[in-house]
Design a protein around this ligand. Structure first.
Ligand code: GLV
Ligand code: MN
Ligand code: MN
Length: 421
């Protein structure tokens, strides 16, 4: 099987062209951030872009029953396929790189391998996993979780967005069959290795001065919904002593989360809140806040989230407010497969031996990824590309053109090492 194409694309030019075409899709004009949420118009535009890229390269495009898109060079039915890719959806007002960098780099790496005249001995796939961020329905990595059997069809059917639209209705409106979703072990069994390239969501590589690193692990993490229920009342006439104001224990809980995480060396964030009735002159009846918490190990994470809940119950009790806490999602620690990780280190170490002879850094991350979900079913690895701001889930997320090119070269080396032997 040959990877050659007729066009002999120039790597950097093709990267720039893809980046330019993707840039306006789902970008909010006022914030400059991306709002590419699952099963919306912006999501459909990104999916159309992916399909065009696949077809322009003569790849066979398919969307699986969980809404993930695949572009194939060679027949995946042969098995032992090497797959790379990431996601195109975003958090609210997200940056341009989280997800798209992995997909654009995947197509660019294929272009680079074709320019090298690489002979593929295994099928190569590029994937766009659906709904990685969970921005609309609250659960991250829906496409990969369904495929890997980590989310059942029944559970997925119960997901609802802020406007009351269920996931199945949203899928239907986008032209997909929500009854077809579910585990896809046959598809996963065809994959011999999955490698996701991602912008680093921190500054480790910036500190060590390396454009590219290899992931060692993903911290365990989860999302908890805190419902503080009090009593709505007039802000101008209700005496302070007569109020059952859920905003007070909520505010104290935000501070407790920060304190407990700080003491444990963990992370805890209330980044999303909904208030009812949400009137400036009304004591609220409900404050619903979402806690995102992560730690290097499960014991620490359990201790932090238990301490935050204990504190919240005490504050709620004092304020005469009821509290419900629901764990909406949890992802255990992921330790990426050592054999594949070592193979990546060997390939990249050999490629940069002439440069500096220094080993490629290996780092853990607190961010969740489809690669983490797949890692229980398929040998999986990740490459990180330096982010000079360290900022992510924000328009300030960045990777320089030089580092993007280094990422593409590293991914091309890895794919060549894995799929062209
Ligand atoms: C996804 O980016 C997450 O870590 O929440
Ligand atoms: Mn993200
Ligand atoms: Mn991501």
């Amino acid at each position: 099987m040959t990877g050659r194409n007729d066009e002999g694309r120039d790597g950097e030019a093709s990267f720039r062209e893809m980046w330019r075409d993707l840039a306006p899709l789902g970008r909010h004009p006022a914030s400059g951030g991306y709002r590419r949420y699952a099963w919306t118009g912006a999501d459909a535009d990104c999916r159309a872009w992916f399909r065009e890229q696949a077809e322009a390269r003569g790849l066979v495009h398919e969307t699986d029953r969980n809404g993930n898109q695949w572009a194939w060079l060679g027949d995946p039915g042969e098995g032992d396929a090497v797959v790379t890719g990431s996601h195109l959806d975003s958090v609210p007002d997200g940056g341009a790189f989280d997800g798209p960098l992995g997909i654009v780099s995947a197509f660019a790496a294929l272009d680079e391998l074709r320019r090298r005249g690489a002979e593929f001995t295994k099928p190569l796939g590029i994937v766009n996993f659906g709904d990685e961020e969970g921005a609309r329905f609250g659960l991250a990595c829906v496409g990969s979780r369904l495929t890997a059997g980590r989310l059942t069809r029944e559970e997925a059917h119960r997901l609802v967005d802020a406007g009351g639209t269920t996931l199945p209705r949203a899928m239907e409106a986008a032209g997909y069959d929500p009854d077809a979703i579910g585990p896809d072990p046959e598809r996963l069994a065809r994959i011999g290795a999955f490698v996701e390239l991602h912008v680093e969501q921190g500054r480790s590589l910036d500190r060590t001065g390396d454009p590219v690193g290899i992931a060692s692990a993903i911290w365990p993490h989860g999302r908890w919904r805190y419902d503080f229920r009090g009593e709505a009342n007039h802000a101008g006439t209700t005496l302070l002593a007569d109020r059952r104001d859920p905003m007070l224990p909520y505010a104290e809980t935000v501070l407790a989360a920060r304190r407990e995480a700080g003491l444990a060396g963990a992370l805890a964030t209330f980044g999303k809140v909904a208030v009812e009735p949400n009137g400036v002159n009304a004591v609220p009846s409900l404050v619903r806040g979402w806690l995102d918490s992560r730690a290097a190990d499960a014991g620490t994470l359990d201790a932090v989230t238990a301490a935050v809940e204990r504190a919240a119950r005490e504050y709620a009790g004092r304020a005469g407010v009821a509290l419900d806490v629901v764990r909406e999602s949890f992802t255990p620690v992921v330790e990426f497969q050592h054999a594949l990780r070592d193979e990546l280190a060997r390939i990249l170490g050999a490629a940069r031996a002439e440069d500096r002879g220094r080993p490629v850094p290996v780092l853990a991350t607190g961010a969740g990824h489809d690669a983490g979900i797949l890692s229980a079913s398929v040998p999986t690895a990740m490459l990180f590309v330096r982010n000079p701001t360290g900022v992510s889930h924000s328009p300030a997320e960045h990777a320089t053109e030089q580092d993007r090119a280094a990422g593409v070269a590293a991914l091309a080396d890895v794919l060549e090492g894995l799929a062209c032997r």
